[in-house]
Design a protein around this ligand. Structure first.
Ligand SMILES: Nc1ncnc2c1ncn2[C@@H]1O[C@H](COP(=O)(O)OP(=O)(O)OP(=O)(O)O)[C@@H](O)[C@H]1O
Length: 233
């Protein structure tokens, strides 16, 4: 479903990614772990088409990200640090705007259903600039999935969320997983990673240093493997 070959990213004279080869099957839930500055977000941004790789290729369902960028992007939902929401618009207006961009049918109905799902029906008509970070993130989650993407890319989605919003986000992730979506999540939070993911890729200095599949989803196992790779223990 997602294949990358030799992804390299340089910015100025800094080498951020040093040849990332990934092969992710449909329906996999993958956590991308690694120390600060390892290149995790950069991988995600390239997959989401937000930035371009310096060299290497990305294929999604056999489509080339560079050549078929429009078709590939329609399959992807991206949840980043930046909510991409328009401050002066209400949740309903924001979701209708993004839904229309993706050509979502019955967009008003779908937007209202999502606002309800993320627990913000009461605030449907308030501009999002008055929202707390947690409320913004709930609407950002709704925005990321409005077009029912087959692939979800999440960049540290749990950061800054309260327990209730974490549960809501995990419920969304698990539901999308049950529906067959493919999920890649950059995170520092091992607990959330094991609650939602089956595979754990560790990136260090712009390279994949471990790819844990079929491991016990247990915080001690993941922490131990991580420490082996990251601290060289
Ligand atoms: N636009 C940019 N210009 C210069 N350097 C950049 C740029 N974007 C990223 N970098 C650098 O590339 C490296 C990798 O960044 P990236 O955000 O991918 O790391 P990360 O693994 O996601 O880290 P974190 O866990 O801290 O978010 C970092 O050293 C960062 O400073």
């Amino acid at each position: 479903m997602i294949e990358t070959k030799g992804l390299v990213k340089t910015i100025g004279d800094k080498m951020i990614l040093r040849g990332i080869n990934l092969s992710i099957k449909k329906g996999e839930t993958v956590a991308i772990l690694g120390p600060n500055g390892a290149g995790k977000s950069t991988v995600l941004k390239i997959l989401g088409g937000l930035i371009k790789a310096s060299s290497g290729e990305v294929k999604v369902n056999g489509l080339d990200l560079k050549k078929d960028s429009y078709d590939v992007k329609r399959k992807i939902g991206f949840l980043a640090h930046n909510s991409f929401l328009y401050d002066h618009l209400t949740p309903l207006e924001n979701l209708k705007f993004f839904g229309k961009l993706y050509g979502v049918e019955n967009v008003e109905e779908r937007a209202k259903q999502l606002i309800d799902e993320v627990g913000l029906s009461f605030f449907t008509h308030d501009p999002v600039r008055s929202f707390s970070r947690g409320m913004m993130q709930r609407i950002a989650i709704a925005r990321a999935i409005i077009h029912q993407p087959e692939i979800l890319l999440f960049d540290e989605p749990h950061t800054g969320l309260d327990q209730q919003a974490i549960k809501l986000l995990n419920d969304v992730i698990l539901r999308m997983r049950d529906e067959g979506s493919t999920i890649l999540m950059v995170t520092h939070d091992f607990q959330q990673a094991i609650e939602t993911c089956d595979r754990f890729i560790i990136i260090k200095n712009g390279k994949i240093v471990d790819d844990l599949q079929n491991v016990e989803r247990n915080i001690d196992t993941i922490t131990e493997k991580y420490m082996e790779q990251v601290s060289g223990l």
